[in-house]
Design a protein around this ligand. Structure first.
Ligand code: F6P
Length: 365
């Protein structure tokens, strides 16, 4: 059966993460070389479908050499939501729904499919456009690993690897100075990065949003270690971690039609509490965007490539409104409607948390 797909658009939205370029490269190679489909790159997320002159043809030639490169050659935006688009004229900002303009742009560009590579926010918008009749296909990305219906997102493995290496480095200086080293990692409202890097990096305490912590338990764990002669401890704190009955640490609230709320400060808070309650010297490191920048590891390059190829397959088979996903060892797909609006949280009594507790890692409970 002829697939009659002649042109595919691709955009990357939301925060960047390692592996985006590997997905773009796979889409271009598979679409152009295998299926004879042209690929149009859309710059800066949905901005590229709202603003003029932000599209360009992607070819195997101009997309070469990017497999290992971090970031996204298309640029991204985590503020551009066409359903609530911020427009500033004469210093006055208005929020407008420009989704009809985007649909018209997709028509004018003659896109037979639009592959949207993004996290929950970007995929949520994609799902709205699908409901309005656009031929959308989703590819899940985020270092946070919080997207439903996929076992893992690309970018997560690299972020965990970076955080683990940083923990390895903190161990030696912690031991020299007999200190508690607290490291805050990203992850927004879930604790996947903290949990995985904490286990891989030999943490003594891991605090994650899914298990609100009791600081007394944390301090007792550290003091018990000191009493047995281990005079340094490593504490990994997810940016979304909060105390029992406590609140999230927010650096900047969300703006309407703009960026989501920015989390930060959980590590500093825990560090101050440990210092106050134990009297032990504490230092806090906030890893921040180091977790998102730079080259994807081999796992993420392979997963990104599989996702890119699978997204083109969905387009060729007219399977719109779907997102590619990983189930066990296999690439699969799922309806966007079953993905957006929820979060894949860390199970608190099974899996990795159970493993960690079995070897004495404390979660502040
Ligand atoms: O969602 C990915 C992520 O890196 C989160 O872990 C973090 O909270 C957020 O993005 C940071 O976003 P920004 O790039 O806007 O600072």
């Amino acid at each position: 059966m002829p697939h009659n797909i002649k042109k595919i658009g691709v955009l990357t939205g939301g925060g960047d993460c390692p592996g985006l370029n590997a997905v773009i490269r796979a889409i271009v190679k598979s679409a152009v070389q295998k299926h004879n489909i042209a690929v149009i790159g859309i710059e800066d997320g949905y901005d590229g479908l709202v603003l003029p002159d932000k599209t360009r043809e992607l070819t195997p030639w101009n997309s070469r050499g990017i497999l290992h490169v971090g970031g996204t050659i298309l640029g991204t935006s985590n503020r551009a939501n066409p359903f609530k688009y911020r427009i500033t004229i004469n210093e006055k900002t208005e929020i407008k729904d420009v989704s009809a303009d985007v649909i018209e742009r997709i028509r004018l560009l003659e896109l037979d499919a639009l592959i949207v590579i993004g996290g929950d926010g970007t995929l949520h918008i994609a799902s709205h456009f699908y409901n309005l009749g656009c031929p959308i296909i989703g590819v899940p990305k985020t270092i946070d690993n919080d997207i439903l219906a996929t076992d893992v997102t690309f970018g997560f493995s690299t972020a965990v690897e970076i955080a683990t290496e940083m923990l390895d480095r903190l161990h030696s200086t912690a031991e020299s100075h007999h200190r508690v080293m607290v490291m805050e990692v990203m992850g927004r409202y879930v604790g996947w990065i903290a949990l995985a890097s904490g286990i891989a990096g030999g943490a003594d305490v891991i605090l994650i949003p899914e298990i609100p912590y009791n600081i007394e338990q944390v301090c007792q764990k550290i003091l018990r270690r000191n009493n047995t002669g281990c005079r340094s401890s490593i504490v990994v704190v997810a940016e979304g971690a909060k105390e029992i009955d406590g609140t999230l640490m927010i650096l900047q609230p969300a703006e309407e039609g703009g960026s989501a709320e920015r989390l930060g400060g959980a590590g500093n808070k825990v560090g101050m509490q440990i210092k106050k309650n134990t009297g032990i010297d504490v230092r806090v490191t906030t890893l921040g965007h180091l977790q998102r920048g730079g080259s994807p590891n081999a796992f993420d390059r392979i997963l990104s490539t599989r996702f890119g190829v699978a997204a083109v397959e969905l387009a060729v088979n007219h399977q719109f409104g779907k997102m590619v996903c990983l189930k066990g060892q296999n690439i699969d797909s799922v309806s966007l409607i079953n993905v957006v609006g929820g979060q894949k949280k860390v199970p608190t009594e099974t899996g990795l948390v159970k493993t960690a507790e079995e070897i004495g890692i404390n979660f502040g409970r």
